[in-house]
Structures are given as structure tokens and as C-alpha cells.
Design a protein around this ligand. Structure first.
Ligand code: PHB
Length: 380
């Protein structure tokens, strides 16, 4: 949706195929943390008005361990950059509205999409529209932004792609709670019983997560057990107290790292989760997708403006540099903050030492901060 908007601003036409309905995509709860570069891009492209009003800028983030909170001063360590908490489905609502207001074509409810002739000058999309009619769309280029389970990636012949995967032996149990946030900033907590994260969605709603068995379902976590576990993992002697409230949504999130190389085949370009997955600990998923389509929009506009394909030819290489940085950061945050079942006392001491170092050394804190707020785009 963002790619379509960025292309439109440069006078390039597109059609967005979406398998779900507008109502569904605007209601699906996903990530919530926007990097500085994401915020800037949404503002510069004219879709940041509601985000500026309703989003919550955070200049710091808290690491909590040994019963104490330690603040990483993001903006001071990064020359004024920060994160903004504004839910992904709100970004989607703003983008869908921006596209439809400008006459953009979004086909909702399409089914059975297949990608054809990708290695020719005129690739095609074949699909059933929402009324069940078979359609074929001839394209100049196809952007595969259809997520990890989408059809785009498998449309690249398997002998031409290499996949890198790591599955973590835990998941996150996520809840939405009707209660004012107990803290102004996100808290990432390391504890013997497992990781916990305190985030927020609005002045009335908290978003909380706790490390769980990846095979758990909502039924394994009655409200009492959730609160008991969250209180234990966030306990300390500094007076911090979690605010309880009505839990109105529960769900389990799998933890995985994944990258496919290259991110291009013929006239197909993969972007976002279709090409890579990060565990949510670094809050990078949405931001990486934004960075991908930013590179792709620049490359396509260079081509339509001048016929040059240099940027397009380098799309995969350019995008993958940022992807692997985010992969490393997300893996590192995940490894530092979670309890591993086969963990030896040695490993546990290393994790604590790493946490102390990151919160006590300005250089180490700056490393976390610049990755967390997002490294500047390469051509900034
Ligand atoms: C969220 O608010 O959903 C959230 C925040 C930080 C993360 C992951 C998820 O690292």
C-alpha cells in the first residue's frame, strides 16, 4: 500500500491486489513501533497527519533486569532520533484512505493469485476477483508484498533462491488490556521465568507480551495466570507496579528469523515479510518492509524517468544490507532477553553481563539505540 502511494507521488500507476477485505486489514493487530525513518517517510509523503496527532513519540526505552529499570536515552544517543508508537493497522488505514482518495486501484478479496512470465518483459498476474471472475493483469513489474505465506516467493524457481532460517524455541503470548499504561516508555524485561514486554497502544490501552511455549494457545493462559506471570517477571524493589485491567484480546506469536536471497527474480521484486522475517524483539518487521519499498520506489521511478535500471538491478543487494543488519539486531535482542530452556548458568551470567554493559556503557547503549530507532537510509 505504501509502495503504491510512493509510486503515485512520482506519477507511476499501480494496482494493489489484496486477498482480504478492507475491514479485515484495517482491524488486524500487528506491530506498533515506527522507526524515525518510517515516521519521516510517512510525513514527507503526506500520510502522517493522523500519526502526528495520535502517535506517541518515545525518546527512551527501558531494559529491566535484576528488579531494576535501566533507561536507554534513544534521542540523546542518536542525535535526536526517536521511535513512535502508532499501530500498523492505523498506518494501513491512513494509506488505504490516501490511495482511494486519489483514485488508486485496490482490489480487495482477490483469490488464487498466480504469477506468470516473470522472466519476460511482460509478467502477468492471474487471479479470481471478489466476484469470482477470472482476471489477468499484464504488468511492467510485480512487487511481491504478500507476506511469509504468500505466493510470490515460491514463484522464484527454488534453484535460484537461497533461504536462511532460525526458529526459536519459544513464542510470545500477547494481550491487549483496557487500562492506562503503567509506564511512559516500553519495558523489555529479562527474568529467570522468561521475557516480558510492556508496550502501549493508546492512553487507555496497554499491549503486553510474555515469553511462552510456542505451542501454547489462548486456552493455556487464563487471566489469573497471565497476571501472576507478568507481575513476577516485572517485579522489583523500585516500586514499579503493573496496572491490571480487562484483557480483551489474547494470541500467540511465533518467533522466527528468515531471509531469502536474492529478493528479485526477473521482473518480480520481493518486499517485506515475503522476503524476510524477524522475531519481534527488535520491533523491526514493519520498518524493514517500509525500507524495502522505499528502495523499490526510488528504483522504479529512476527507470520510468530515465530508462536506467541501475537502481533496480541493485535492489536486492541494497535491501539485503539493511535486512541483515535488522536480522542481526533482532536476533541479538532476542538472545539477550529470553530464557532458553537448555540454558546453562554460564549462559545466564553472559546474558546479565551483556545487559549491564548495554545499560552502563555509552558506546554499547548507542549501539542498541541507533539500531532500535533505525539506521539512516543509505542515501540520506
Ligand atoms: C508492540 O507494541 O506491539 C511491540 C513493541 C515492541 C516490540 C514488539 C511489539 O519489540
Amino acid at each position: 500500500m505504501l509502495l503504491a502511494h510512493l509510486l503515485h507521488l512520482r506519477g507511476i500507476d499501480s494496482v494493489v491486489l489484496e486477498s482480504r477485505s478492507r475491514e479485515e486489514i484495517e482491524a488486524t493487530l500487528r506491530a506498533g513501533v515506527l522507526e524515525q525513518g518510517t515516521v519521516d517517510l510517512l510525513n514527507e509523503s503526506g500520510v502522517g497527519e493522523r500519526m502526528r496527532r495520535e502517535g506517541m513519540p518515545h525518546e527512551g526505552v527501558i531494559l529491566r533486569f535484576d528488579g531494576q529499570s535501566h533507561r536507554i536515552h534513544l534521542s540523546e544517543l542518536t542525535g535526536g532520533r526517536a521511535i513512535t508508537v502508532y499501530a500498523q493497522h492505523e498506518v494501513i488505514r491512513d494509506l488505504v484512505k490516501a490511495r482511494l482518495d486519489r483514485g488508486g486501484r485496490i482490489l480487495f478479496g482477490v483469490k488464487d493469485v498466480s504469477l506468470l512470465d516473470l522472466d519476460t518483459r511482460q509478467p502477468k498476474l492471474r487471479f479470481h476477483d471478489k466476484d469470482g471472475a477470472l482476471q489477468e493483469l499484464a504488468c511492467d513489474y510485480i512487487a511481491g508484498c504478500d507476506g511469509f505465506h504468500g505466493v510470490s516467493r515460491p514463484s522464484i524457481p527454488s534453484r535460484l533462491r537461497r533461504e536462511f532460517t532460525r526458529v526459536y524455541p519459544f513464542g510470545w503470548f500477547g494481550i491487549l488490556v483496557e487500562a492506562p499504561p503503567a509506564t511512559d516508555e516500553l519495558i523489555y524485561a529479562y527474568h529467570d521465568r522468561g521475557f516480558a514486554l510492556v508496550s502501549t497502544r493508546s492512553p487507555q490501552i496497554q499491549r503486553l507480551y510474555l515469553q511462552c511455549n510456542p505451542n501454547n494457545t489462548a486456552g493455556d493462559w487464563p487471566d489469573d495466570r497471565i497476571w501472576e506471570e507478568l507481575h513476577a517477571r516485572l517485579a522489583g524493589d523500585d516500586g514499579f507496579r503493573l496496572t491490571e485491567g480487562r484483557i480483551f484480546q489474547k494470541g500467540v506469536i511465533a518467533m522466527r528469523s528468515f531471509v531469502v536471497e536474492p529478493m528479485q527474480y526477473g521482473r518480480l521484486f520481493l518486499a517485506g515479510d515475503a522476503a524476510h522475517i524477524v522475531p519481534p524483539t527488535g520491533a523491526k518487521g514493519l520498518n524493514l518492509a517500509v525500507a524495502d519499498v522505499r528502495v523499490l520506489a526510488l528504483a522504479l521511478s529512476e527507470f520510468y524517468a530515465s530508462g536506467r535500471t541501475q537502481l533496480m538491478d541493485r535492489y536486492s543487494e541494497t535491501a539485503l544490507q539493511r535486512v541483515w543488519r535488522a536480522e542481526h539486531f533482532s536476533w541479538w535482542m532476542t538472545s539477550m532477553l529470553h530464557h532458553f530452556h537448555d540454558e546453562s548458568p554460564f549462559h545466564h551470567r553472559l546474558q546479565l553481563s551483556q545487559l549491564r554493559y548495554v545499560t552502563e556503557s555509552r558506546a554499547a547503549a548507542a549501539m542498541l539505540a541507533e539500531n532500535y530507532v533505525g539506521l539512516p537510509f543509505r542515501d540520506d
